[in-house]
Design a protein around this ligand. Structure first.
Ligand SMILES: CC(C)(COP(=O)(O)OP(=O)(O)OC[C@H]1O[C@@H](n2cnc3c(N)ncnc32)[C@H](O)[C@@H]1OP(=O)(O)O)[C@@H](O)C(=O)NCCC(=O)NCCS
Length: 133
C-alpha cells in the first residue's frame, strides 16, 4: 500500500515563482515557514491560546518542490507537555501537470503556549481533538 500523509491537513497552497532559488526550485526556507505556520495552527487550536515556536528538529528535505506544485502540510500532536506541544509535520506535493503525490519534507516542531506577555502557560487539557493517525 502506498505511503499516506500522517496528520490533519493544516495548510494547502501553490508553490509560486517568487519562492524559488536560482536553480528554479523552491527555497527550503519558504517550505519551513509553511510548516511553522501549519504547526502553529494546530498548536493554537489544541492549546486554545497564543503559541510560539521554540524548536524545529529533524528537518529532512527529501525531494525538490517545483513551481506550480500543490503543497500540503499535515500536522499531528504527538505529545503535550506542561506548556509545550510536539508536532511532527509532513509536507506533500501534488506535481503540477502529472498529479503525482510525493512526500517532500518532514520535521518536528515544538510550540509553547504563552500569555499576552509571551510567558509560558499550561496547555489546556480540553482541546477539541488530537489527531493521532
Ligand atoms: C518559548 C519561550 C516562551 C520559552 O520560555 P522559557 O523561559 O524557556 O520557558 P521554559 O523553560 O519553561 O520552557 C517552556 C517549555 O518549552 C520547552 N522547551 C524549551 N526549550 C526547548 C527546546 N529547545 N526544545 C524543545 N522544547 C523546549 C520546555 O521543555 C518547556 O516544556 P514543558 O512546559 O511542556 O515541560 C521562550 O524561549 C521564547 O519566547 N522563545 C522565542 C520564541 C519565538 O520567538 N519563536 C519564533 C522564532 S522567530
Amino acid at each position: 500500500m502506498p505511503e499516506q500523509p500522517r496528520g490533519e491537513l493544516v495548510i494547502q497552497t501553490i508553490a509560486m515563482p517568487k519562492d524559488t532559488n536560482p536553480n528554479g526550485d523552491i527555497f527550503g526556507g519558504w517550505l519551513t515557514s509553511q510548516m511553522d505556520l501549519g504547526s502553529g495552527i494546530l498548536a493554537a487550536k489544541t492549546a486554545q491560546a497564543r503559541v510560539v515556536t521554540v524548536a524545529m528538529e529533524g528537518m529532512s528535505f527529501l525531494q525538490p518542490v517545483r513551481v506550480g506544485d500543490t503543497v500540503r502540510c499535515y500536522a499531528r500532536v504527538e505529545r503535550i507537555g506542561r506548556t509545550s506541544m510536539t508536532i511532527p509535520v509532513e509536507v506533500w506535493v501534488t506535481r503540477h501537470m502529472t498529479a503525482e503525490d510525493h512526500r517532500v519534507t518532514h520535521g518536528v516542531f515544538t510550540l509553547v503556549a504563552v500569555d499576552e506577555k509571551g510567558k509560558p502557560i499550561p496547555v489546556r487539557r480540553n482541546q477539541p481533538r488530537i489527531d493521532t493517525n
